[in-house]
Design a protein around this ligand. Sequence first.
Ligand code: PLP
Length: 484
Amino acid sequence: MTTEPLIYELSVPGRCAAHLPDLDVPPSALPPEDMLRDDLPLPEVSEVDLVRHYIRLSQKNFGVDLGMYPLGSCTMKYNPKVNEDAARLPGFTETHPYQPVETVQGNLELMYRLQECLKALSGFCAVSLQPAAGAQGELTGVLMIRAYHQARGEGHRTVMLIPDSAHGTNPASTTMAGYQMVEIKSDQRGNVDLDDLRAHLDDRVAGMMLTNPNTLGLFDEHILEITRLVHKAGGLMYGDGANFNALMGVAKPADLGFDVMHFNLHKTFSTPHGGGGPGSGPVGASEALADFLPGPIVARREKGGAPFYDFEMPPRSIGRIKTFYGHFGVAIRAYTYIRMLGAEGLKWTSFAAVLNANYLQALLKGTYPLPYDRPCMHEFVVEGRIAGAPGVRALDISKRLIDYGVHPPTNYFPLIVPEALMIEPTETESKPSLDHFAEAMLRIAQEAREDPQRLHEAPTTAPVGRLDEVRAARNLILRWKREA
Ligand SMILES: *Cc1c(COP(=O)(O)O)cnc(C)c1O
């Protein structure tokens, strides 16, 4: 563990990092006595101590600005800094959600335009920017499906079908919405098993949640047949749009038969995430479900011959899912990113994401078992098992990668692959950086055979070694306490 002094230990009574000018206005009264306390153990440090504290912390962190971050399913692409410039424009930052709409027309126009971009990319007829993240978008979509069935007098439909390769948030959202989840098997090629799907389609089915490409990084070869079968049984299709980075400008989820889908703006559209800030999970809907979207949604009207933007509640809306208007700052970043690349640029983004993943898959598949050996989309899953090194696990390989300056891939997910390592390089890694990753993976395989202990001891170059993750989760210590 760290040996540098904690900022609390540097504290000296009376020391201060800020120098305020003399008061040139009358002092205002302090809050009531019972709200005042002088026993708050806040550190009292100089500006130098403070700056060093935060710089030291920042250097202990691994981030996408420091190296490759192939965390499968999370799309840890580089986040262009121009997004940050746009999000910090005073016209955006110095507005308040309670302001009259006449005074924030620019903000509303941006939201409207983003809704339009997401509609164009997905083929859906309406988009709500309300949900705070992908998982909340899922809950939103399932609540919309429930409202749809109830409105048609089909409230008895309470089963949601979910493939065994699905992200854990899918069953969680289903359960939160009061639905029962039923698991559908994958077939030998990593598609939804059509026979298993058919066997589960009856009049209790409200719909199916599907990620396409799925979490194995595979585009379902029977997608049109799946959506047709579910619709024929009276169900609706929920699209988990977390993997939209593979499809932009290439395929529209609405054309594939999805009725409602969330976008992860923080994945596909380059907003920092994973400790870097809030997410945003707008939801798009087809004709059948558009009226049920959460609101308010921004509408464009005419007023005195000029466009006027206003908030509007969809007629049969499930209501608000989030305070105010969603995470506006993320919407600015996503809109900036979309406009910077344009339609053509977004298409090439997806092409490059898919090409990079296939390149890595080809380099690794002779060394790491590839359970579904076919061209992948923007990510792929190998088994973290090495011939001739029986004691080495996916976890050891991941920890050793840290020593090579690379963030580990996603481990032990999806659940249907033993010792899964899920690798998503993203389009923003160059060929040398992909080569560095592949070389590290191949060197680790060699180390595993020659000196497995080295892998069990990894990482050796990180500020902390192997943490007891179970204990950390069960025994959360979220703030420093002065020792008694
Ligand atoms: C990331 C992810 C989610 C959840 O999205 P959040 O924005 O993290 O809530 C759902 N499904 C898949 C496949 C994902 O990768």
